[in-house]
Unconditional design. Structure first.
Length: 173
């Protein structure tokens, strides 16, 4: 958990006055590394039968796959939103399944298969949100660099009398 916090706190937000170029490779590595860290925490929690550690792995996986986008100045991503909605589906599905299992089917008011379907759709969506953030991390850094790119170019501007040397400044907004 300490490593996860370190990763998140060392991934700095890109502020409006900070135009330092972002490395697409670093963005990709942050997303892959964050995802691997969360998966490792979850796997270690399962291996050592430690629910707290497994829960920390799952909870951190809401954010860590987005570490590359956070580095590139996008603190909230589509992948993060997809994971959040998908986690809600998994929670709703497991709640329905737990209700029927606890009642042993005597007075179960919901179909356990519908809960299982929600869990399946939620799990697929969660994985999709992770894949999306990892796959788009380097593009987020490239987009940041395009948005904050300042270019100074000498130009020759014709006038009625003679050519005049000037400086042109361009940027994309």
């Amino acid at each position: 958990m300490g490593v996860s916090c370190f990763l998140l706190f060392t991934t700095r937000f890109a502020s409006a006055d900070d135009t330092t170029p972002r490395s697409p490779e670093v963005a990709g590595l942050l997303s892959v590394g964050g995802t691997a860290l969360s998966a490792g925490l979850f796997a270690a929690g399962l291996h050592f039968n430690n629910n707290t550690l497994a829960g920390a792995g799952l909870l951190s996986s809401l954010v860590t796959p987005s570490a590359g986008q956070i580095y590139a100045g996008t603190p909230f991503t589509w992948g993060m939103g997809i994971r959040l909605v998908s986690a809600g589906l998994v929670f709703a599905g497991t709640s329905g399944i737990d209700e029927c299992l606890a009642d042993r089917g005597n007075h179960c008011h919901s179909n356990p298969l519908s809960g299982l379907a929600l869990v399946g759709v939620g799990a697929l969506g969660y994985a999709g949100g992770i894949i999306y953030d990892v796959a788009t991390a380097s593009t987020a850094a490239k987009n940041y660099n395009k948005r904050h790119h300042l270019q100074v170019t000498p130009i020759v501007a014709p006038t009625t009398a003679s050519a005049v040397v000037g400086v042109g400044i361009s940027g994309s907004f």
